[in-house]
Design a protein around this ligand. Structure first.
Ligand SMILES: [Zn+2]
Length: 229
């Protein structure tokens, strides 16, 4: 099938590198401290290969439209970006966008890249178009800055030179994280079960109200026993 013509879009990883392995999904759950859902690709990786960005389908398996495609997961980067947010960088960037037409145009182009990347992900993962979020990107784009994590996640997934404010946020955390080095050691809990393993225990009360969920939980427990867990 011929690819659909559209705005130019950018990806830092090759198609092979984007495919999430079981280990990647396990690592993502550990990085976030909760089970990951609907992750269809890895948007960016550490030099060691671990995920930095989870790429989520534009429509969740529950049917809910999901505009935030690139989600920053690496704890070292997320906490460093939080420091920039706490220091007031988002308001400062939003003010600059209003005053600087060149920056505003580049940021609008980043918004378009985000939408094109999300459409492409929807197409290649079989999700298809999601009209509910057409034209809606994330992080405050194209006119404001509401979440630096979103912008940095986009910059990591797209590569440098696509999202000027995401690039700036990454440059701003250079004393804590840089792309050329691995900061994974000790950054998340690698002992014991990943968070998705014991999920059924945490949500038991809620799920038990639904007879179908009860059946699923019993089948899951049986499968675990048979797997010798
Ligand atoms: Zn690493």
């Amino acid at each position: 099938m011929q690819s659909t013509p559209g705005p130019e879009r950018h990806e830092s990883l090759s198609p092979d590198q984007r495919v999430p392995s079981e280990q990647d999904l396990d690592t993502l759950s550990r990085q976030l401290g909760r089970p990951v859902r609907d992750v269809v690709e890895i948007g960016a990786r550490c030099v060691c290969g671990n995920p930095l960005v989870a790429t989520t389908a534009p429509r969740l398996s529950s049917g809910i439209p999901f505009p935030t495609t690139f989600y920053l997961t690496h704890p070292v980067i997320t906490s460093a970006i939080s420091r920039l947010e706490a220091a007031g960088l988002m308001q400062e960037m939003t003010d600059r966008l209003a005053a600087d037409p060149v920056l505003a145009a580049a940021y609008r182009a980043a918004h378009e890249d985000y939408l094109a990347a999300r459409d492409a992900i929807g197409a290649r993962t079989g999700v298809g178009p999601v009209p509910e979020i057409a034209g809606v990107s994330a992080g405050g784009m194209p006119e404001r800055v509401k979440c630096l994590h979103v912008l940095a996640g986009h910059s990591l997934a797209a590569g440098p030179g696509v999202n000027p404010l995401g690039d700036e946020a990454l440059a701003g955390i250079a004393e804590w994280w840089t792309a050329d080095r691995c900061y994974c050691s000790g950054a998340w809990d690698t002992e014991g079960d990943a968070p998705d393993r014991d999920r059924s225990r945490h949500v038991k009360t809620q799920e038990m109200q639904d007879p179908e969920a009860k059946k699923r939980a019993r089948a899951e427990a049986r499968a675990r026993r048979e797997a010798g867990e």
